[in-house]
Design a protein around this ligand. Structure first.
Ligand SMILES: *Cc1c(COP(=O)(O)O)cnc(C)c1O
Length: 662
């Protein structure tokens, strides 16, 4: 079917059961699955946040947004719940502690946070502070990240894992950091780093702790599957591992080889993949100890996945395992690889980023408007051309088809298909007639309106069919042709870049009105002038769907949408497309008595700031415009008062965030 949706448009009514409750809203959007234990829906139909999970305390997200707006924090707004960040860290450690107890593992777990996952100062500081009791460390993949990690991590026990490409200065910094009382582990990712490490160690008369990243042959699946295997970008092949051990031995540095690392890519969907990798790495670890390296740490990398759609499947937006399953597998597999061979079990290290940082931030944006179909059936006029009368008759026949239902002849799918074929034919006739000059512009408009009326009538009859009725694909597609575009005060390139870049799915839903049955289908278009700037894939239990159930907009009432589980990677990957900058962000802490505290406010980029990022000088831009308005005043085309108003708007815009004011 080729039916262009003219104006974005309104949407298909979903059958209204009349008994809709907030719990139906929770289940429709899957909040009760992916949201557990941090997000739920109140009987009022508001999204509730339980920042401490089951340990009690809840905040009404809608009330929170209202109060933040009262503090002049406009939407879109990134709300970071620091309690959730802490809770995630705690859960990770509890899971490993349980597994260690259950399997009688004679070693410890000591994790690190990969800084690349979220480099924001308040986030890293919070993790370091909360992580102290477990000697939780950091992982850096570049010199700038190393600088963050070095300066924030004061605990001499906490690991500072140095990954990424390393030049001489990076390596020397790590060696000196050891003397500073830190615990840096330089992980060799490329064979050519070995001579640099040896030379730097000679020069400084001391070595860093050394790790080796192994390229495993175990195959991963999913988007990051290519992060492993012989052709992976990082890591040493087995021959290189052996050559490195020999080179370190000859340089008298083998005693500093303490860690084996692997990373099989982010968002591991299938636990079987991890098990294979763990077994392979466990064997390599054993070999390295037999070759005389003291070892002591096995770093299983990141990849611990998030169940974005709550389906608990091995599909892209989910995982077929829980955090506890993951910890159990790591502990049990490593133990099996070591104990039978009399090899002391290592301290287990993981570099889980996504699993720690996804839940704690929620992006709330407002809807500015929704496209509407030319609704209804236009009044007949005298002497209407035949083509229009044909469309009118077709529409009437469809409606009549529906009202036959009481005669035990439920609307026949076949008749609907036939009517649709007719409508399309008459619409094409109308367009042809218009091109040839036989139909006026108002007549063409009525023809389009009547076609949409046919479409709408068919769609509402399809809804009334008994479940399980076979519906031709072409008719099914009518729902999306009728779906609405909701205009979102947001840039997906800035705030959810992975939805665009790698088709990542995040839970998206209205944060209020969940006690009201959504009667429309729609997707979101963002503020950018880019046709890719949209949210048009939504979670659907192991699958995805192009349209989301939404509510009709109400005059004078905001419609607020939340994008959840996006605390990992999105902020730093976000870009300045169309010069939309960062959004306002706040850090919220649960306080006693159901209250909260606003710990930090991070103001979004102003227009002046994004202009400066592109080397423009806002003052100079203003000055040029001032001169232009002087010229226009002199010419008499701009009144003095208009000039003043124009300059005031420009100045105010420079000071404000890049988003629309509600
Ligand atoms: C990106 C990365 C991580 C983090 O992965 P997550 O999937 O976010 O847990 C860990 N280690 C290395 C080496 C990485 O490159």
């Amino acid at each position: 079917m080729v039916l262009a949706n003219p104006s974005g448009t309104a949407a298909v009514p979903i059958a209204n059961s009349g008994t809709w409750k907030a719990s139906d809203g929770a289940s429709l959007y899957g909040v009760d699955r992916w949201g557990d234990p941090y997000f739920s829906v109140s009987p009022r139909g508001h999204v509730m946040v339980q920042p401490r999970g089951e340990r009690g305390g809840a905040l009404d997200l809608v009330e929170l947004v209202k109060e933040l707006q009262g503090r002049d924090l406009s939407l879109p707004l990134l709300i970071r719940f620091d309690d959730i960040l802490e809770d995630r860290l705690e859960r990770l450690h509890t899971a490993f502690e349980r597994a260690i107890a259950q399997y009688g593992y004679a070693g410890r777990y000591q994790g690190v946070f990969p800084v690349k996952c979220n480099q924001q100062r308040h986030v890293v500081e919070q993790l370091v502070e909360t992580g102290k009791r477990w000697h939780f460390g950091l992982e850096a993949g570049s010199k700038a990240e190393l600088l963050i990690a070095l300066s924030l991590l004061e605990d001499p026990e906490a690991l500072l894992i140095c990954n990424g490409y390393k030049d001489r200065r990076y390596i020397e910094t790590a060696i000196l950091a050891r003397r500073l009382g830190r615990k840096p582990v330089v992980v060799i990712e490329q064979a050519d780093e070995v001579p640099r490490i040896i030379a730097a160690s000679r020069e400084l008369g001391g070595a860093p702790l050394i790790g080796i990243r192994a390229k495993l042959s175990s195959r991963s699946t999913g988007r990051w599957g290519s992060s492993v295997g012989e052709r992976a970008k990082f890591g040493l092949s087995i021959p290189d591992v052996l050559a490195t051990v020999e080179a370190l031995r000859q340089a008298d540095l083998l005693d500093d080889l303490r860690l084996l690392h692997f990373h099989i890519g982010s968002q591991i969907n299938d636990i079987a993949v991890l098990k294979d990798a763990l077994q392979e790495a466990g064997q390599i670890y054993g070999e390295l100890t037999r070759l005389g390296a003291p070892m002591g740490y096995l770093d299983v990398g990141g990849g611990l996945g998030i169940d974005y759609d709550g389906s608990r499947t091995a599909s892209a937006a989910s995982t077929n395992y829980s955090l506890q399953n993951y910890a159990n597998d790591v502990v049990a597999t490593v133990r099996e690889c070591c104990e039978p061979h009399g090899i002391p079990v290592p301290t287990l290290v993981s570099e889980s980023g996504r699993a720690i940082a996804s839940h704690f931030s929620v992006l709330v944006f407002d809807v500015l408007g929704a496209g509407a179909l030319p609704g209804g059936v236009p009044e007949p006029v005298a002497a209407e051309p035949l083509i229009l009368r044909n469309l009118r008759d077709t529409q009437a026949a469809i409606v009549a088809n529906g009202s036959d239902a009481d005669a035990a002849t439920a609307p026949s799918v076949e008749r609907l298909q036939e009517a649709w074929n007719d409508a399309l034919k008459f619409k094409d006739d109308a367009l042809a007639a218009f091109r040839l000059g036989y139909l006026s512009l108002p007549e063409r408009a009525r023809a389009e309106q009547l076609t949409w009326a046919c479409c709408q009538a068919i769609a509402s009859q399809l809804e009334a069919l008994p479940p399980g009725t076979a519906i031709p694909e072409e008719l099914k597609a009518l729902a999306s042709a009728l779906a609405g575009t909701y205009y979102a005060n947001l840039s997906v390139f800035r705030s959810a870049p992975d939805t665009w870049a790698i088709d990542q799915l995040f839970p998206v839903l209205p944060i209020h009105r969940l006690d009201e049955q959504p009667t429309r289908l729609g997707s979101f278009a963002d503020l950018t002038c880019d046709s890719d700037g949209k949210l048009a894939r939504f979670i659907d239990r192991g699958h995805s769907k192009p349209l989301l159930e939404l509510h009709p907009l109400r005059d004078g009432e905001p419609y607020w949408i939340g994008l959840f589980l996006a605390g990992a990677y999105q902020e730093v990957m976000g870009n300045l497309h169309n010069l939309f900058g960062s959004t306002n962000a706040v850090h919220i802490r649960l306080a006693d008595g159901g209250r909260y505290r606003v710990d930090h406010v991070v103001r979004g980029d102003t227009n002046a700031e994004v202009l400066e990022a592109m080397e423009h000088d806002p003052a100079q831009l203003l000055e040029r415009l001032r001169l232009a308005s002087e010229t226009a005043i002199a010419r008499g085309s701009l009144a003095l008062s208009d000039a003043r108003r124009l300059m005031a708007h420009l100045k105010a815009s420079l000071e404000q965030t890049t988003y629309l004011e509600g």
